[in-house]
Every structure is written in structure tokens, then in C-alpha cells.
Design a protein around this ligand. Sequence first.
Ligand SMILES: [Zn+2]
Ligand SMILES: [Zn+2]
Length: 299
Amino acid sequence: MLAVTILGNNSAVPVYDRHPTSQIITVGNQLLLIDCGEGTQIQMMRYQIRRRKISHIFISHLHGDHYFGLIGLINSFALLGRLQPLHIYADKKLEHIIKIQIDAGDNRIPFDLYFNTIEEGVLVDEADFTVTAFRTEHRIPCFGFCVEEKKPARRINGEALLQYKIPTSYIEKFRKGDDVLLDDGRLIQNELITYANTPSKRYAYCADTRYTESFVKYIKGVDLMYHETTYLDNLSAQAYDRFHSTTKQAAQLAKVVEAKRLLIGHFSSKYEKLNDFEREAKEVFEQTALAIEGTTFLA
Ligand SMILES: [Zn+2]
Ligand SMILES: [Zn+2]
């Protein structure tokens, strides 16, 4: 399964019970955190996120609305006695920023904390998923992320396993799609035991950015694409000046990407209501949804 749960969908300052950017990605049995704005921990509690399961944290850039919650989260992990390693991917300045805060309080971190500098390309390649980073066009260095789940080529048919009396030690070989020679001398054709798996899903998080098609090659045809829409269409000049995007620009990019669905967020604090964001984006790209906090979207 690949899914995203929205914890924060606002830009700049928290207002109208909307919070700065933060998203939880569920992939396999791991949780990834993308951005960690102020209030992320409270949102995790509100929406019952099992934060112990977070293995990797990705910080798109060092504007405060994307990482001011991070030191609090690390501190809580320490107080709660976390032992599992935590991998953080960010601009290289972040390690220094976090370490100053840890050292100033003479805090002890009981788990291994790894800082990795983001560069364009494959950042993480695990058994269950990969994460690829791509540059966006923002006022300071900023990266988006594409998360792709990895699935075995084939799914096991439990009934066929019993019918052909296949020992469980052979299951992994069948998952890979091979015909398998058993110790008893039988050669079992793969199609007797397995089904084709469903295709792996991809989720793209397009961080703060002006409209640009520079990263389309990394996310072409994604199942679910998040793009910021800080402003409505009438403020496109302001969006350009401030290195942000509008509803119609996000929707236009979703079209170019040929995304199956679009999520929009990072709403400016000047807007109390969000209906116009949805309406404008849908005029260009029908399969659009607002990234409402607390909602989980399947890729
Ligand atoms: Zn931002
Ligand atoms: Zn920013």
C-alpha cells in the first residue's frame, strides 16, 4: 500500500485551524515523514499516527514552515526512549541547526540520528520502496520527492500452494516469477502458483515552487501528485515574485505530468475558505482534491 496522510496544509503561519506543511507516507509497513512544520507532533496525536514507526524524514527546504517542528519531534523521540535509527534527508545546514539545539540543552539522543544531504536522484532504495529527489524552483534550494513502492512481481495463490503441496521455503522464489525445481524432483511452473501483482504505485510531492516543467521527467504518469497552490489564479504575478504557484498552474502541471490525481495544499494564510481553490483547479484538471488535514489519500 502507498498512501499519504495530510497533517498540515497551510503556508507561512498557522491559521483557521490549518497547520504548516507536514505529510505522512505509509509504504509497506513503514512510515515516512515529508516536512515537519510547527505543530506536526500535535497533529500526529490528533490523527493517531504511530510516530514510532517513522523511519525516514525528508525536509524539502529550510523555510520554517517546513521544519520548525523537527527539533520537538526529535526531542520527544529521545524522551520516549526511541532506539531505532532515524534517517533525515535535508539541506546540509539542517544538521548544524539541529545539533546546536540538542547541545544547548545537553540532551542525550538514545538512538542513531543520521543526516543525509539531499541531491537530485535516488535518495533511498529500500526493500519496499524508493525515494527520488528533484529540484523545484524556489527562493532557496528546495526539493520535491517521488515515493515509489516496490512489489514482488507475482502474488502467491494460497490454495494452489496447498493443492500442489509446496513447502513454504519456496515462496520467495515463486514471488520472483521463476519456475521452481523442488527437492522432490518436481518442476513447478510459476503460473500454477501465482497471479500477476498489481503495478507499483507512485506518489510525487512537489514542494514549494514556481510553475516549472523542469522536474516532469521524474514524476511522469504518477498515480498521485501533490502540488502547492499558495494562491488563487488572480495572484499569479505575486506567485511568481514569491516563488510559489497558483491553482491553475498546479492543475496545468498535473496535466503535463499526466498524473492520475492531483492534491493541492500550502494555502496562503490570507484565505479563510478553500472552495475557490478546488473550483479553479478543477476547471483545468478535474481529478483534483484539496489536501484536507487528517485525510488519507491512497496512491
Ligand atoms: Zn512553504
Ligand atoms: Zn518555502
